[in-house]
Write a protein that binds this ligand. Structure first.
Ligand SMILES: Cc1cc2nc3c(=O)[nH]c(=O)nc-3n(C[C@H](O)[C@H](O)[C@H](O)COP(=O)(O)O)c2cc1C
Ligand code: SF4
Length: 448
C-alpha cells in the first residue's frame, strides 16, 4: 500500500504560500542555495538521474537522461523551456501548482537552469490562463528582488533571466517542438525530428523542454537527494505524481499520490476520490488524459492476469493496448453507467480534429474522417461497416505522423471500439432508441 507522502503539495495550503516571504519562511529556495553554493551542474544532473524521475508531461521519458543528452557546444547559449501549456482534456494539475505555489516552479527553474548552464529560461503557459501568468510574473519579481534571479545570483557569478510566455491558444502548442516554434513567434507547427531539441531547439540552440511538475520536483530532489526520491514509488515509477481527477467521482480535484497506489484505493477510498457518485457504478476510465486508451471498469481495477492495477507507468500499461492503457499526463476521468461511450468518443474526436495542425495528411484527413463517422453513428445514421472503417482509419494514422497528436487522436477511437464494440453496434442496430435524450447502452462491462 502506498504512503500519503507529499513532496509537491505538502505546503500548498499554507496561507500566503504564493508570496516569496511565506514560501521562504517555510524552507523555500533552500534548494537554490544548496545547488548554487555547494554543487556543480554535473552533480545536480547526477542527482536527477539517480532519482529516476520520468517526465510528467505525458511521455514519461527519464528526466536525468534527457538532461544528459543536452549538447554543449562552445559559445552557443542553451535554453530550458518549461511546458505549462496543459491543454489535454482531463489534465489540470500544472495549473493547480502554478497558481497556488508559483515559487515551487520558480525555484525548480533556477536549480534546473543552473544544472543545464542556461542563462535565459522560459515558462510557456497556456494562453487562456492570463491570471496565472500574472501570478508567475509577480513571483519572478519577488525572487529577483531577493537576489535569487537576475545577475550574480547569491554572489555566485551565475546569471539567470526568467521569461513567462503566454501560449498561442492551441493544444498543439504543448507538443515540445510546436511550443518552440510558437515561442519563436511563429505558428505552432511541430518540427520534423531529428534533430531533437537537445541538439537544435529554441533559436537552433540546444534546449531542454520539461513539464511544470517535472521541474517543480527538482527542488525536493536537490534538498533530499536522488536516492531518497528513488525510494518513493514502485519499480521504475519512482516518486509521487499529481493526478487530475474528474468525472463521476465524489471528490474530483488534484491529488498527489505515491506511484504504486492501487487504482481501486484511489477511486474508492475517502482519502482520495471517495468512490463513484451516489447510486451509480463505474463504467469506464480514461486514466492519463484524453489521449490514452479508455478501459472498462473491470480492466482498470485488475490487469488481464487478475493482478490489482496500480497507478504506475508499468502497471497501467500492463497488457499493452489490448488490455492496458497509459499513465500519460495523469488526467484521470471516471465515467459511470450514464456515460455514452460513442458520444464520448465522438466528443474526443471533435477535439483532435479541431486541434490537428494539418501538416500531415493521415492526421489532417483521418481526424476529420473519424469525427464524421462517429457523428453519423452517434446520430443514428451509422452502418455496421463504419465500425471497421473507424478501426482502419485509426490504424492508418497511428505511427504515420510528424508528431504524436495523430496517435493521441487514434488511440481513444481504437480502444473505445476494442472494449465497447457492442455499444457501437447497438447504436447502429437501434438508431431510434440510441438517439433518445439521455439514452445509454447498459454495457456488460459495468462493475457490479
Ligand atoms: C499534442 C501534444 C500536446 C502536448 N501537450 C503538453 C503539455 O501541455 N504539457 C507538457 O508538459 N507536455 C505536453 N506534451 C508533451 C511534450 O511534447 C513533451 O514531451 C514534454 O513537455 C516534455 O516534458 P517532460 O519530459 O517533463 O514530460 C504534448 C505532446 C503532444 C504530442
Ligand atoms: S500529427 Fe497532426 S498535429 Fe502533429 S504535425 Fe501532423 S498534422 Fe500536425
Amino acid at each position: 500500500m502506498a504512503s500519503d507522502i507529499k513532496i509537491l503539495t505538502d505546503k500548498i495550503n499554507i496561507p500566503g504560500i504564493e508570496t516569496f516571504e511565506v514560501y521562504r519562511k517555510n524552507g523555500g529556495y533552500a534548494a537554490v542555495e544548496k545547488a548554487i553554493k555547494k554543487m556543480s551542474p554535473d552533480e545536480i544532473v547526477e542527482e536527477v538521474k539517480k532519482s529516476g524521475i520520468r517526465g510528467r508531461g505525458g511521455a514519461g521519458f527519464p528526466m536525468g537522461m534527457k538532461w544528459s543528452f543536452l549538447a554543449k557546444p562552445e559559445g552557443i547559449p542553451r535554453y530550458l523551456v518549461c511546458n505549462g501549456d496543459e491543454s489535454e482534456p482531463g489534465t489540470f494539475k500544472d495549473h493547480y501548482l502554478m497558481k497556488n505555489i508559483p515559487h515551487l516552479l520558480i525555484e525548480g527553474m533556477i536549480v534546473s537552469s543552473f544544472a543545464l548552464g542556461a542563462n535565459k529560461s522560459f515558462i510557456y503557459v497556456r494562453g487562456e490562463l492570463m491570471y496565472v501568468i500574472r501570478i508567475l510574473e509577480k513571483a519572478i519579481e519577488e525572487a529577483k528582488n531577493a537576489g535569487f534571479l537576475g545577475k550574480n545570483i547569491l554572489g555566485s557569478g551565475y546569471d539567470l533571466e526568467l521569461v513567462v510566455q503566454p501560449g498561442g491558444g492551441a493544444y498543439i502548442c504543448g507538443e515540445e517542438t510546436a511550443l518552440l516554434e510558437s515561442l519563436e513567434g511563429k505558428r505552432g507547427n511541430p518540427r520534423n525530428k531529428p534533430p531533437f531539441p537537445a541538439i537544435k531547439g529554441l533559436y537552433q540552440s540546444p534546449t531542454v523542454v520539461n513539464n511544470v511538475e517535472s521541474i517543480a520536483t527538482t527542488s525536493w530532489i536537490i534538498n533530499h537527494g536522488g536516492d531518497e526520491y528513488a525510494k518513493l514509488g514502485i519499480g521504475r515509477s519512482t516518486g509521487t505524481k499529481l493526478i487530475s481527477a474528474s468525472g463521476h467521482v465524489k471528490k474530483p480535484g488534484v491529488y498527489e499520490i505515491e506511484l504504486g497506489l492501487p487504482v481501486e484505493e484511489f477511486i474508492y477510498s475517502d482519502q482520495y476520490l471517495g468512490g463513484i457518485r451516489e447510486g451509480h457504478q463505474l463504467k469506464a476510465v480514461v486514466a492519463g488524459g484524453s489521449s490514452v486508451p479508455i478501459l472498462p471498469a473491470n480492466l482498470i481495477m485488475k490487469t488481464a492476469n487478475g493482478e490489482p492495477r496500480l497507478m504506475s507507468y508499468e502497471s497501467l500499461s500492463d497488457g499493452g493496448f489490448a488490455t492496458g492503457t497509459m499513465l500519460g499526463s495523469g488526467g484521470f476521468i471516471a465515467m459511470d453507467e450514464t456515460t455514452c461511450i460513442v458520444r464520448n468518443t465522438w466528443n474526443f474526436s471533435r477535439f483532435y480534429h479541431h486541434e490537428s495542425c494539418g501538416q500531415c495528411s493521415p492526421c489532417r484527413e483521418g481526424t476529420g474522417w473519424m469525427e464524421k463517422v462517429l457523428h453519423k453513428i452517434e446520430h443514428g445514421h451509422g452502418k455496421m461497416s463504419d465500425i471497421d472503417l473507424l478501426v482502419d482509419v485509426a490504424k492508418r494514422i497511428e505511427g504515420n505522423t510528424i508528431c504524436p497528436l495523430g496517435d493521441a487522436a487514434a488511440w481513444p477511437v481504437g480502444s473505445a471500439i476494442r472494449h465497447f464494440r457492442d455499444e457501437f453496434e447497438w447504436h447502429i442496430t437501434h438508431p431510434h432508441e440510441a438517439t433518445q435524450k439521455g439514452a445509454v447502452f447498459m454495457n456488460k462491462s459495468i462493475l457490479v
